[in-house]
Write a new protein. Structure first.
Length: 335
């Protein structure tokens, strides 16, 4: 047992070095700009963030709409205000809206922790279950908290991600996070929720249950994004905190055609240009300009269609219809 104590006293330093490459979970804006492989994550690029925020389109009515959260609805409060008080209230609402629209980070899948501290063959068969040692000192985060496991075979190792998540939730429970993964994230149940257009609910629940580099989080969110893209109903997530990551995923996976067609069909030419600019940042070799000349927005979209589109027929049709509408809006409205 003396050897075990000595090992436990020294393994914190070893674990810190192993976990150093994994970003700490604080807020979306506090994550590192490098993923687990030390490769730059363009999601955190200032230019990318600026484009994603503009694409989100802050609709105050949608941001502050009543939500079905199983809580009582508060009564509306009416106040008499001076002009100065009203302006301050509007600024407060803007700040609150920015907080509610803070995008969850898009990250690469984390590497599994597989680090053996020591093997002690004398302990083989001594215990019938594992022992988990958790540092519950104050000032630690879920990422850098020292957690070790003594297996039945006598091996002392660093806890894997599943074990870390469980121990952190037991000692320092997070609101809305369950100890075991909810069954709603199983494929058969997830598909039913997707069919009901509960996309924002699924994504909010995934943010509460998983870390952004958790393989399960990446699987769930990508499945939602692909379903939204196949449905073409992007407005369901527009003006929510999930719209930016959705567009980022589509641009990164070279799958922007449906979104651009929707932009043109709903008179969002500016949004289409921003999405193409994002695409250019993520794909520097793409044969499209990185900047837009004022008054040449349609030409900018046409260049993307000619050089980068995967579904030229669909996007070309949306482009022609939009161009016809712009040249003769009255006749288009009459139709």
């Amino acid at each position: 047992m003396l050897g075990l104590r000595r090992t436990l006293l020294s393994f914190r330093t070893v674990e810190a070095s192993v976990l150093q490459s994994f970003p700490c979970r604080q807020s979306a804006c506090s994550f590192s700009s490098a993923d687990g492989d030390q490769n730059p994550n363009l999601f955190f690029d200032d230019g990318v963030q600026s484009l994603l925020k503009k694409l989100t389109r802050k609709d105050m009515n949608k941001v502050f709409r009543k939500r079905k959260e199983g809580k009582g609805v508060k009564d509306t409060v009416y106040k008499f205000m001076t002009t100065a008080q009203l302006e301050e209230a509007v600024r407060d609402a803007e700040r609150k809206a920015d907080e509610l629209l803070q995008m969850p980070p898009v990250m690469s899948e984390r590497k599994e922790i597989d680090h053996v501290l020591v093997k002690d063959e004398k302990l083989v068969g001594l215990f019938k279950s594992k022992f988990i040692f958790t540092d519950i000192s104050l000032g630690k985060t879920d990422r850098n908290r020292a957690i070790a496991v003594r297996d039945e075979q006598g091996t002392l190792r660093l806890a894997n991600w599943e074990e870390r998540t469980r121990m952190n939730q037991i000692y320092f429970p997070r609101p809305a996070r369950e100890l075991w993964v909810p069954v709603m994230f199983q494929d058969e149940n997830l598909s039913k929720l997707l069919e009901k257009n509960e996309w924002e609910f699924i994504l909010d629940r995934a943010c509460a249950q998983f870390e952004p580099d958790d393989p399960e989080y990446i699987r769930v969110t990508r499945k939602v994004y692909e379903f939204v893209n196949s449905s073409g109903n992007f407005n369901n997530l527009r003006s929510t905190r999930h719209y930016g990551p959705l567009v980022f995923h589509l641009a990164q996976s070279n799958n922007l055609d449906t979104l651009l067609a929707e932009n043109l069909e709903t008179d969002r030419l500016e949004d289409a240009c921003w999405a193409i600019q994002l695409y250019k940042i993520l794909h520097p070799d793409a044969n499209v300009d990185s900047s837009i000349k004022q008054g040449s927005e349609l030409d900018y979209v046409k260049a993307f269609i000619d050089n980068c589109s995967n579904e030229k027929a669909k996007l070309e049709l949306a482009y022609k219809n939009f161009k016809h509408y712009m040249s003769n809006p009255r006749s288009a409205a009459a139709v």
